[in-house]
Design a protein around this ligand. Sequence first.
Ligand code: CO
Length: 357
Amino acid sequence: MIELEQMVIELSEAFGPSGFEGEVRQKIASWVGEYTNVTYDHFGSLIAVHSGTTMSPKVMLAAHMDEVGLMVRGILPGGELRVVTLGSWWPPSLLAQPVVIRSREGDRLGVIGAKPPHYLREEERNRQLKLDDLYIDVGARSAAEVQAMGIAPGDPVVPAVQTRPLSGQSVYMGKAFDDRLGCAVLANVLQTLGSHHPNQVVGVATVQEEVGLRGAKAVSPVIQPDICIVLEGVPADDFPGNSIVQGRMGGGPQIRRFDPTMIANQALVDLLIDTAQQSGIPYQVAVRESGGTDASAIQVHTHGGVPTTVIGIPVRYAHSHQGIADIRDVSHTAALVREFIFRLDLKTVNHLKQNPW
Ligand code: CO
């Protein structure tokens, strides 16, 4: 069994922007195939069924495989590549960052360029950078040179980043922690759960979350879960000057009561908190002013609705080239999910369904 830390490193470095999740999916399948029955829906999501001592309730765990990336839109005469985004980026965070372009003839390196500061006019300096100001520079001098490298419109792009440890033994810096940390928890739980719990657990690694929860919308009606936990790499909020910190890196799994796209089943949240307290697992509770996850789709795209919440692993600088996260938060999240599943059975889940608040 592969260690959680190694899993995080491999998942983080895997290539997988929205719509191109194959490499991530292959890794997860290779890790959970021995413990579950793995199938795929017609959109690319992975479905790993793990049976306990009964076939119901059906407990869905979901994590999305895609990372925010870019796609080559076209090649300018000078050889620069214009792009569209796969998922949401804050354009200033892209400037001067290295990227890898997956062309049909292999991976190519580039850097995000813009008009150099030395040449900016006063009014250009004072306005915010937009995607239109940016391009990928692969070191070419003409469109013909770029074409000769095998690069073409439609090629997907992700940050060119290695996952590296920071000072302190459990903290790492790397890309795509949103949501490869959730994928790591998903795979780890499926590997370590054992079959002595009275549930059927369905682990779902979804596609295309970052472009509008598309994979979750497609797969949820197929799963028809009785209850669902979404595992997410969520934006940490322990930055200077924030007076309401609910997502501290190293503060433990973050259990979500609310975001603008989802009101969690509050009884489910209470049961998770109870589980964390009794198991001695650190946790934090979030009421989010912004954001949304697969949970909002899964919650309503199942016949009759489904009790849902999100457990988040705090990630500093999510949706940028260098996120920072603490592996202890990942292992605590896996521990919490495992403990929680052992507390579930048909009676408990039916109670949550009948008494959501
Ligand atoms: Co995410």
